[in-house]
Write a protein that binds this ligand. Structure first.
Ligand code: ZN
Length: 273
C-alpha cells in the first residue's frame, strides 16, 4: 500500500531488458521497501531488425529469474511475468507467433516507432506537420489495439517525450476525436489504459497519457486501468503513484487491474489509511 492506495507497478524493467539497470531481485527488494502490493515485470521484446536490442530477450532466463524471485519474496509481494512488445504493424504476424508459444501474465503493447522510424526524431518529423506527426502515432496505437494481441496500451502519448522538444508544448485538442475512437476500440476489446508516470520525470510535465485523455477514457466507459512507472532503476519504482491514483479516482476510475495468465482482476484503489 502506498498513501492508502492499493499499489501496483506494471511497467518495470530489469537486466532482462537491454536497457535495465537492476536485477529482478533488486527491483523486488525495492518494491517491498516502498510498499508495492504487486510488481509486474514488463521486459522489452523487440522485433524490428534495425533495433540493436532485437535479439536480447531471453524467455527461459527471464522466467527462471521470476520463479526464483517468487520463491524468495512470494509471501510479501505478488510478482507477475509480463512483456512490453514494441508494436509495429508490419511485424504483427511475428508478434502473434511469439505470443502463441510464450506464456505471460500480461502483454503491454507500446508504439515507439512508426514504419521503422523512431517517433518524433528529425527523420520521422521530416515533411510532416505537428498534427500529422501525432495522428500517425495515434493511428499506430489503434492498430495495436485492433490486432487483438495486447492487454494494455503502454504509455499512450509517449510521443511527447521527443515531440515536446521538437514541436513545443503539447496541445491534445486536435486529437480528441481520434483518441476518442481509440478509447472506444479499447473499451470494446477489453484493452486496459496505462497511466505511466515516466512523463513526470522526463520533462514532459504530465503523465502518459495527459489528464485530459484519462478523463476522456473514463467518460467513454473505460474502466480497465494499469499503472506503471517505466522503472529501469529501482530508484524510479512506484514513483508518483499517488498522482496516478488520484488522477484515476478524480475521473471516477476506482479500481486497478492485476493480471494472471492474461486475465484481469479489478482491485479497489482505496484501501484506507
Ligand atoms: Zn516503452
Amino acid at each position: 500500500m502506498i498513501n492508502g492506495f492499493f499499489a501496483i507497478d506494471y511497467q518495470v524493467h530489469s537486466l532482462r531488458s537491454h536497457d535495465g539497470q537492476a536485477t529482478i531481485r533488486d527491483q523486488c527488494l525495492r518494491a517491498i521497501e516502498i510498499g508495492l502490493d504487486e510488481i509486474g515485470f514488463s521486459e522489452h521484446k523487440d522485433f524490428d531488425p534495425q533495433e540493436s536490442a532485437v535479439g536480447y530477450f531471453d524467455y527461459a532466463l527471464y522466467r527462471n529469474e521470476i520463479e526464483r524471485a517468487r520463491e524468495e519474496f512470494g509471501c510479501a509481494l505478488n510478482i507477475r511475468l509480463g512483456v512490453e512488445i514494441d508494436y509495429q504493424r508490419w511485424f504483427e504476424n511475428e508478434i502473434r507467433d511469439f505470443l502463441a508459444i510464450h506464456a505471460f501474465d500480461f502483454v503491454i503493447g507500446s508504439v515507439h516507432y512508426v514504419d521503422g522510424q523512431m517517433l518524433m526524431t528529425p527523420e520521422y518529423n521530416a515533411g510532416k506537420t505537428v498534427e500529422e506527426a501525432y495522428q500517425l502515432y495515434f493511428d499506430a496505437v489503434a492498430d495495436s489495439v485492433r490486432s487483438g494481441l495486447i492487454d494494455i496500451v503502454g504509455h499512450l502519448e509517449y510521443a511527447n517525450r521527443r515531440g515536446v522538444p521538437a514541436f513545443g508544448p503539447y496541445n491534445p485538442t486536435p486529437y480528441r476525436d481520434q483518441v476518442a475512437g481509440l478509447f472506444g476500440e479499447m473499451v470494446r476489446c477489453g484493452v486496459a489504459l496505462e497511466i505511466n508516470t515516466a512523463g513526470l520525470r522526463q520533462g514532459v510535465g504530465h503523465t502518459y497519457p495527459c489528464s485530459a485523455h484519462v478523463q476522456l477514457y473514463a467518460s467513454l466507459g473505460g474502466k480497465l486501468l494499469s499503472v506503471g512507472s517505466d522503472s529501469h532503476d529501482p530508484h524510479d519504482l512506484g514513483a508518483f503513484y499517488k498522482i496516478a491514483a488520484e488522477l484515476a479516482l478524480s475521473n471516477g476510475i476506482e479500481e486497478v487491474c492485476v493480471w494472471q495468465d492474461r486475465n484481469p482482476t479489478l482491485i479497489p484503489l482505496r484501501m484506507g489509511e
